[in-house]
Design a protein around this ligand. Structure first.
Ligand code: NAP
Ligand code: MG
Length: 424
């Protein structure tokens, strides 16, 4: 019973509307505020699209750069701890400081990326999904449903050791066991002349936890999970990834997948790429670190705009942190500060909120909250489909005569749609 004072869901929705009652929440969402233009959007989204309809319960953490600096970045750590406690977070885009930002904000230190800190603390995997809407067609015609991509974010070429080989000689991989037993080695190559060599590694533990996040998320989304490596060529290294996924699936997830009517599908990376171009979408594609780095850029650009891409960090323990895939849109923020009109796309940030609210509703059994998240997404998409959108979409839409609205007017147009959907 979550519509304050009422008893059952369906009738109550109507009563709620009549009486102006708001949807109640039981557990707070962890709210991570952020920087620049997305911080501006964050406030408008809350005021226009959330607070009038939900008795919003959040535990607020200000991850804006000024407060991170003030707290010596403790606030980022605290927000990740809170996510472990409550299970669901929603995050605004934040600045990752570089030298220019250190000067601009007069920072004590070049603080680390908040996303990196949170990901390390939750041991999570990032899943990115394009938001599909009529009028913004993906370049690949047959993609009717979004393809979610996951990237393993540890090791391989990103933590390599590499060297230039100046001339003839032998390069070996040597493992020296910590227990003092005999070392093992393999010859990488015997060089006749100059060249290059590198050593890469990964950890069973990291691969297991990645696999766990992927299976968990596939079950939560009720979508098929694909995984691909180059195990035919890399018979030990990539094969280990394949084996770990297979082992975990058989032991812990197979039954649940079958019960949910979804499939775990392993295939060679080349085959995955070829199939994906011909597919209709609608599944999760788990990739190794490098494949995910490259392929996530392909998927997002094929879908039109980074502003139409959501991102969720899923921990192997089942904690969820939702955000937009884009950054703080700095260029628009400087225009905003000068008092100029901006037309910044708030869709991915709205979907971060709906993702988090829906998950909260699911975990706490509040169907009204889940239904509200659905309605807010529907209102957002149908606003675009009616021709009202932000400038970035107006440039690429196939709809005739799009109207390009300001950042604020776009959110207000969604509010209107939402009111009429909720009144139905
Ligand atoms: P960005 O914020 O993603 O924006 C890059 C450009 O993409 C914008 O200038 C804009 O193009 C377009 N764009 C992105 N999001 C848009 C939206 N919602 N609506 C309309 N256009 C949008 O990347 P950035 O400017 O390189 O980075 C700014 C800051 O964001 C950096 O300090 C970086 O550290 C941070 N960042 C944070 C996250 C995160 O928290 N997850 C992720 C990436 C970057 P036009 O200028 O052509 O309109
Ligand atoms: Mg990349």
């Amino acid at each position: 019973m979550h519509l304050c004072q009422y008893i059952s869901a369906d009738e109550e929705a109507a009563k709620m509307k009549e009486s102006g009652k708001k949807i109640c929440m039981t557990t707070p969402l962890v709210e991570m505020d952020g920087d620049e233009m997305t911080r501006i959007l964050w406030k408008i989204i809350k005021e226009e699209l959330l607070l009038p309809f939900i008795d919003l319960k959040t535990e607020y953490y200000d991850l804006g750069l000024e407060n991170r600096d003030k707290t010596n970045d403790q606030v980022t750590v605290d927000s990740a701890e809170a996510t472990k406690k409550y299970g669901v977070a929603v995050k605004c885009a934040t600045i990752t400081p570089n030298a220019a930002r250190v000067e601009e904000y007069n920072l004590k230190e070049m603080w680390k990326s908040p996303n990196g800190t949170i990901r390390a603390m939750l041991d999570g995997t990032v899943f990115r999904t394009p938001i599909v809407v009529k009028g913004i067609e993906p370049c690949v015609r047959n993609w009717k449903e979004p393809i979610t991509i996951a990237r393993h974010a540890y090791g391989d070429v990103y933590k390599n050791a590499e060297m230039r080989i100046p001339g003839p000689g032998k390069v070996e991989l040597v493992y020296t066991p910590a227990d003092g037993s005999a070392p093992q080695s393999v010859v990488v190559h015997t060089f006749d002349g100059p060249g290059i060599a590198q050593g890469i590694h990964n950890l069973d533990e990291s691969i297991f936890s990645y696999a766990r996040s992927c299976f968990t998320y596939a079950l939560a989304e009720k979508k098929d999970l694909w995984f691909s490596t180059k195990d035919t060529i890399s018979k030990t290294y990539d094969h280990r990834f394949k084996d770990i996924f297979a082992e975990l699936y058989e032991k812990e997830y197979k039954e649940a997948f079958e019960a949910a009517g979804i499939e775990y599908f392993y295939t060679l990376i080349d085959d995955a790429v070829a199939r994906i171009m011909k597919s209709r979408g609608g599944f999760i594609w788990a990739t190794k670190n490098y494949d995910g780095d490259v392929m996530s850029d392909m998927i997002s650009s094929a879908n039109g705009s980074l502003a139409m891409m959501t991102s969720v960090l899923v921990s192997p323990k089942g904690y969820y942190e939702y955000e937009a895939a884009h950054g703080t849109v700095q260029r628009h923020y400087y225009k905003h500060l000068k008092g100029e009109r901006t037309s910044t796309n708030s869709v991915a940030t709205i979907f971060a909120w709906t993702g988090a609210l829906r998950k909260r509703g699911e975990l706490d059994a509040i169907p009204e909250l889940q239904a509200f998240a659905d309605k807010l997404e529907e209102a957002t998409l149908s606003t675009i489909e009616s021709g009202k959108m932000t400038g970035d979409l107006a440039l690429i839409t196939s709809l005739p005569d799009p109207v390009s609205l300001s950042s604020e007017d776009f959110i207000k147009a969604i509010r209107q749609k939402l009111e009429s959907l909720l009144a139905e």
